[in-house]
Design a protein around this ligand. Structure first.
Ligand SMILES: [Zn+2]
Length: 80
């Protein structure tokens, strides 16, 4: 019994539902997707890539305009 339904032939790459390829008779293997976990096992690596621990990192985060800037911007739109 195959581990999952969709199989792929190791010889010709054909997709099938059997472990023996109907195209060439070769061995077909489970076409499994990549392993996935809701936990982010590579978060530590990604933090190092983005250099999150440096004090300058917070300066690169996008920010909203200040309240005063937003109020003046909204006022201009209403006047027009
Ligand atoms: Zn094949």
């Amino acid at each position: 019994m195959p581990r999952q339904l969709l199989q792929q032939c190791l010889n010709c790459g054909a997709w099938c539902l059997e472990t023996i390829c109907p195209q060439c008779g070769g061995t077909a293997q489970a076409a499994a997707p990549l392993k996935w976990s809701p936990e982010d096992h590579r978060a530590n690596i990604r933090r190092q890539l983005n250099n999150v621990e440096s004090p300058d990192w917070s300066q690169t985060i996008p920010t909203l305009p200040s309240l005063e800037e937003m109020r003046s911007g909204a006022g201009q739109q209403e006047e027009e």
